[in-house]
Design a protein around this ligand. Structure first.
Ligand code: GDP
Length: 193
């Protein structure tokens, strides 16, 4: 085989200037049954499954292209740990974004979200992780127990971003992922000075 001159790879790279790819760890949190696995599936593969596929899966990946950077999302699901009302610190470690999910048709899950938020705040220094409050099952209009205003005002009070979604219909799923991507990228920039 002909010898490839040293450094030739480097040269071609600098000529084409590939877009940077950054790894983003995003964790899902919230009570059992709010739709975390379904959301993860939507983000990861853009599909909805009616059976819970959680167990045994560490994370799903999804690539998001912004104008001058590519973000490779690792989307972590709790794999049922929340049933024991706590998740291991390893789950949180190094997360750039956290989605705090409740079910708009179950008030209890909205109240629990505030407990999860305390746990999150123990794990992260403010500003280092982007936290989104997510009211899922927005399609269950007849069964709504938590109003949009309540979700929005909790988020405002606690300095979080807020969105309602439906993993079932797919509504606001790509909007949420894109909004998180922009915010995370902004935060990364701020942290690098
Ligand atoms: P997890 O325990 O938080 O991971 O919740 P799952 O993703 O397993 O979902 C719990 C149940 O809620 C399942 O029966 C899902 O099919 C259902 N579900 C999840 N997201 C939605 C949604 O947006 N709308 C409706 N109507 N049902 C949903």
């Amino acid at each position: 085989l002909p010898r490839v001159p040293r450094g030739s790879q480097l040269h071609s790279d600098t000529l084409s200037r590939p877009v940077r790819t950054l790894r983003v760890k995003m964790v899902l949190l919230g009570s059992s049954g709010v739709g975390k696995s379904s959301l993860a599936m939507r983000f990861g593969k853009d599909e909805f499954r009616n059976t819970s596929p959680t167990v045994g899966c560490a994370y799903l990946t999804r690539v998001v292209h912004l104008s001058n950077v590519t973000l490779r999302f690792e989307i972590w699901d709790t794999a049922g740990q929340e049933k024991y009302h706590s998740v291991t610190p390893l789950y949180y470690r190094g997360a750039h974004a956290a989605l705090l999910v409740y079910d708009i048709s179950q008030r209890e899950t909205f109240i629990r979200a505030q407990v999860w938020l305390k746990e999150l705040e123990n794990q992260y220094t403010p500003g280092s992780t982007v936290i989104w409050l997510v009211g899922n099952k927005g399609d269950l209009v007849e069964d709504r127990q938590v109003s949009v205003q309540e979700g929005q005002s909790l988020a405002n009070d606690r300095g979080l971003s807020f969105m309602e979604t439906s993993a079932l219909s797919g509504e606001q799923i790509s909007e949420l992922l894109l909004a998180v991507a922009h915010r995370v990228y902004e935060c990364m920039g701020e942290q690098q000075g």
